[in-house]
Write a protein that binds this ligand. Structure first.
Ligand SMILES: Cc1ncc(COP(=O)(O)O)c(C=O)c1O
Length: 364
C-alpha cells in the first residue's frame, strides 16, 4: 500500500512550518546551560509567570479529572478583566487554536482569507491546512495597511475572514481604530489579533458585540508569561460563538493553564508592573539601537523591535549572536529582507545584546 497516495494532496504539498527550536534542544546545540542563553527570538516574557500562577498550578488538586468543557470560571475571570460578557468569550489552547477554529467554521476548500504581510505566520499556515486560499495585501514602507486595498481584495476574493494583528508581528505597529471601523463595514469577518495589546495599551475589544463581524483575539502567552502553558481566548459575537462551541474539542484547554490564567488575572498588578518595565526597556532599547551605525530600527508598540540591517549583514549578525548564546529572529522573505527582530528582555539581557551587536556591527 502506498501511504503517500492516501494523504490529502494539498497537505502533502504543504511547506513544513519551521517553529522556534525548543530551549532544551538549543542548549544542547550551543553547548551552553539553558540559564546562560539569552532568548530574545519568540516574544516571550523575560520575567516569566506570576509566582501566584506557579503556585496555583502546583496546588490544583484535580489533574486526574477531565477539564470543564464550558471553561466557566476562567471565562468569568476574563469577563471581569476585559469588560465583555461571558457569553462572548471562548478560550483556546493558545489564541492559535481560536484562529484554527475560526477557519474551520468559515472556510470551505478554496475559500479566501485576507492578510497583510509581513505579518504573523499562523494565518497563512492555518489557511493552508484547512485547504483555503491566502490573499495578501502587502503593507507599505511604514508597515501600515491600505484600507482601500484590503476592501478591494475582500471584494475580489469574497474573503470570509481578514486577519490583522494590532500591534502587528513582526514590526509592532498599531492598526488604527478608525481603520478597524472602516474595515467593519466590509462583508467579511474582521479578526483583530491583540496578542500584544497589554504592551500597547490600545484595544478595540469594546467594539465586539457592537459590530456583528468583529472578533478580537487575546492571549496569556505574552503579558502573563504563560506561552508554555498555551492559553488564549477570543472575544466573539454571539451569532459566531454559538457555532464555535459546536466544533471546539470538548477538553481543548488543560487545567494547569486554567489555574495559571485565573491566578494571573488575580495578580495582574504584579504582571502589569513587568509589562511597564518591558515597555520602558523597549523605548530605551530603541534609542540605543538607533545609535548603532548600520541598523534601522522601527518604532514598536509591542514587546519586540524589528530592524533592518544594512549591507546584507542580518544573517551573519543573527548567527554570530547565536554563537554567543543570544537568540534573535532573522527574516529573509518579501518585505523583510535584511531584517531581524529582537524581543525586549530584562535590562541586563538587553545590555548584553547591545554590547554584542555594537561589537559585531564593527567586525562584520
Ligand atoms: C500576532 C500573534 N498572534 C498570536 C500569537 C500566538 O499566541 P498564542 O501563544 O496564544 O497561541 C502570536 C505569537 O507569537 C502572535 O505574534
Amino acid at each position: 500500500m502506498d501511504i503517500a497516495q492516501l494523504i490529502r494532496p494539498d497537505l502533502a504539498a504543504l511547506e513544513t512550518y519551521t517553529p522556534i527550536v525548543p530551549f532544551e534542544a538549543l542548549s544542547a546545540r550551543l553547548g551552553r546551560p539553558a540559564d546562560e542563553i539569552i532568548k530574545l527570538d519568540a516574544n516571550e516574557n523575560p520575567y516569566g509567570p506570576s509566582p501566584r500562577a506557579i503556585e496555583a498550578v502546583a496546588r490544583y488538586p484535580h489533574y486526574a479529572i477531565y477539564p470543564d468543557p464550558d471553561q466557566t470560571p476562567l471565562r468569568q475571570a476574563i469577563s471581569g478583566y476585559i469588560q465583555q460578557p461571558v457569553e462572548r468569550i471562548l478560550c483556546g489552547n493558545g489564541s492559535d487554536e481560536i484562529i484554527d477554529l475560526l477557519m474551520r467554521l468559515f472556510l470551505e476548500p478554496g475559500a479566501a482569507v485576507v492578510e497583510a504581510p509581513p505579518t504573523f505566520g499562523m494565518y497563512s499556515f492555518n489557511t493552508g491546512v484547512i485547504g483555503g486560499r491566502i490573499v495578501q495585501v502587502p503593507r507599505d514602507e511604514a508597515w501600515a495597511i491600505d484600507v482601500e486595498q484590503v476592501a478591494d481584495a475582500v471584494e475580489a476574493s469574497r474573503a470570509k475572514l481578514v486577519f490583522l494583528p494590532s500591534p502587528n508581528n513582526p514590526d509592532g505597529s498599531i492598526l488604527p481604530r478608525a481603520a478597524v471601523e472602516q474595515l467593519l463595514r466590509l462583508p467579511t469577518i474582521v479578526v483583530v489579533d491583540e496578542a500584544y495589546a497589554e504592551f500597547s495599551g490600545e484595544s478595540v475589544a469594546d467594539l465586539v458585540g457592537q459590530a456583528p463581524n468583529l472578533v478580537v483575539l487575546r492571549t496569556f502567552s505574552k503579558w502573563a508569561g504563560l506561552a508554555g502553558l498555551r492559553i488564549g481566548y477570543g472575544l466573539i459575537p454571539e451569532p459566531i460563538i454559538q457555532h464555535l462551541w459546536k466544533i471546539k474539542p470538548p477538553y481543548n484547554i488543560n487545567m494547569a493553564a486554567v489555574a495559571a490564567a485565573i491566578a494571573s488575572l488575580e495578580d495582574r498588578e504584579h504582571l502589569m508592573d513587568s509589562v511597564r518595565r518591558i515597555v520602558a526597556e523597549r523605548e530605551r532599547l530603541f534609542g540605543e539601537l538607533r545609535q548603532i551605525d548600520g541598523l534601522q530600527p522601527f518604532p514598536s508598540r509591542a514587546n519586540f523591535i524589528l530592524m533592518r540591517v544594512r549591507d546584507g549583514r542580518a544573517k551573519a549578525l543573527k548567527q554570530a549572536l547565536e554563537q554567543r548564546g543570544i537568540l534573535i529572529r532573522y527574516y529573509n522573505k518579501p518585505g523583510l529582507t535584511d531584517c531581524i527582530r529582537v524581543t525586549v528582555g530584562t535590562p541586563d539581557q538587553n545590555n548584553q545584546m547591545l554590547a554584542a551587536i555594537r561589537e559585531l556591527m564593527r567586525e562584520l
